[in-house]
Write a protein that binds this ligand. Structure first.
Ligand code: MG
Length: 183
């Protein structure tokens, strides 16, 4: 019997690749050690690995949609070189300092769009990210949230995640191990 989730929503920056704070060029892309193997484990479980990422650098004028796309392609090619793949990516280009939106995490629109696109039951998905806003959808929509640690994770993130009863793990590798550990 299948024990893991039906899909895993993954934050990108600080979760799969190093968060260099507004990544606008493929040359800045560095995979976090162990992350490709973790994504491959999701792939091997035959469930979608779906990236959901806030990219407010676009609204702030730091980079363009084309830059985001070239970073995404390079990021995916680095994963593919290690036998892992991302099934889909959703990004929010907005920032509240420019204009309000309903997609920027912690809002849930990107997750809901993906659930509709993939025909997912919200109670059977999982969320992994290095900020509270990446995983709080687990409490709003259902499913399992695991917050990992990066240098971008704040004390406030940890306090809020703990208060909301969200699980914690050191890395994506550890989070995926928790999700697919056979019971
Ligand atoms: Mg992040």
């Amino acid at each position: 019997m299948k024990s893991g989730p039906d899909a895993v929503f993954l934050d990108r920056d600080g979760t799969i690749m190093e968060d260099a704070h507004f990544i606008k060029s493929p040359s800045q892309v560095r995979l976090i050690p162990g992350a490709a193997a973790a994504v491959k484990r999701i792939n091997d479980a035959k469930v979608p690995a779906i990236v959901v990422t806030n990219q407010s650098g676009i609204a702030r004028g730091i980079f363009k949609v084309e830059d985001y796309e070239s970073v995404r392609r390079h990021f995916e090619s680095l994963l593919e070189a290690q036998g892992a793949h991302i099934d889909a990516s959703y990004y929010c280009p907005h920032h509240p300092s420019v204009a309000a939106c309903d997609c920027r995490k912690p809002a849930t629109k990107m997750f809901e769009d993906a659930m509709r696109d993939f025909g997912l039951d919200p109670r059977k998905v999982a969320y992994v990210g290095d900020r509270w806003r990446d995983v709080i959808a687990s409490k709003k929509l259902g499913g399992r949230g695991i917050m990992i640690s990066s240098h971008m994770t704040t004390d406030e993130d940890r306090r809020k995640a703990q208060g909301d009863g969200i699980e914690a793990a050191a890395s994506l590798k550890d989070a995926v191990e928790m999700l697919f550990r056979s019971s």
